[in-house]
Design a protein around this ligand. Sequence first.
Ligand code: NCD
Ligand code: ZN
Ligand code: ZN
Length: 456
Amino acid sequence: MTVDLVVRNCTVVTPAGRTPDAGVAVEDGTIVAVGRSDRLPEADRVLDGEGNVLVPGIVDCHIHNREPGLEYKEDWESATRAAAAGGVTTVVGMPNTDPVIDRPEHLELKFERGEASAHVDFQSYAVVTSENLDLISEIDEAGALGYKVFLGSTVGDVPPPSDGEILEAMEKIRETGKRLGFHEENGEIIDHYTEQFQSEGKNEPIDHSHSRPVVAEREAVERMVTFAEETGAKIHMFHVSSGSAAEAVARGKDRGVDVTAETTPHYLWFTEEVMREKGNVARVQPPIRDAEEQDRLWRVGIDDGAIDCIATDHAPHTPEEKKVDDPFGNTWDAISGFVGLETEVPAMLTFVDRGRFTMEEWVRRHSTNPARVWGMYPQKGSLQVGTDADFTVVDPDLEWTVDSADLHSKNCVTPFEDESFRGKAVATVVRGKVVARDGDVLGESGYGTRVDVDNE
Ligand code: NCD
Ligand code: ZN
Ligand code: ZN
């Protein structure tokens, strides 16, 4: 038997362990064999892994692809180009676009745009507001991966539903079998401190961080965990930034609540000192925390397992919006968020190199678990025979320094500028097609397709 593609001479790593001198065989976009290089079938195309590490395709369930409506920041083409270059095979777009993804027609528009231009496979969340509780089942039928509520004000200014409406939304979403994720910051707390700091003339980048204290995040987690305990809904905490919030997630799991959580490389990499070093470039919501909170995020979130997933919160803005010309200027004039798709795999590999993660634990959190949490497993996030041939080949020893001029997004402002990593993706394969090699995007725009989770 001759298959389409064989990748050989790799160490294959999954959460279950590692196999040296191994690889994967692909036919019609599907995995047909995984195992020792010398046992794999003949192939039309053979890719030599050169002793690198092959893992199931990296799944990033938190990106702001900005299309429809905010294409001046980013679009499906540019976001998924960055994903391919960075070693990410599936992305999930956030709903704070223009229009917001709050009804089936808007979701369909977002899917159509993605089908037309994506380089890697994709999905989307739909937002829940006071206005669309009656559309939850229709949005489900239109194929949304899951739902999102913005509890506190953030980019896009999507108003939060009331607590009563959130309870009702949880009941309805439970019926669909899908999961509801949160931007979990208590809006009343952050609005209070934002107004107070502004009136006191506290305008430095670090003031933005302190206007959104840890208690706002922790309280939001605890309230949503309580609601989920009552309703039986499956919930998710996006971008957990602090040890205190991770502990609140852990307490929810201990109480039997189906609460999952993610953190991002920037909360694990930087402490709030970065606001004094890089200013508004590093401004993000929730903010980057102090060393003590970060330490507990590592211990409770990563070592003890409260955090299920790694995602980026890839949130591109223009250099003008990020105020890069004056990074220590009035923080209230700057915007929150920055790109991450091309630095997430390298940051995580650097943590592996430093002994903070095992390779297996990295794969579990950056591929297996995101796919499981959002109902895409094993089609995505596994190397099982019969599933999509998505995988990422990484060189764990490649040392390099970030130059944002080399990134592929439309706008590439990032606090990871000038940071040094050990590790990088060297090949990205989506359904058997090599969409990027050594950082060059090879795939065609429009190859990526929506991950179908309709009929689970
Ligand atoms: C995100 C954005 O720019 O859309 N910004 C951010 O600071 N994280 C919004 C969000 O995820 O809250
Ligand atoms: Zn958010
Ligand atoms: Zn986000």
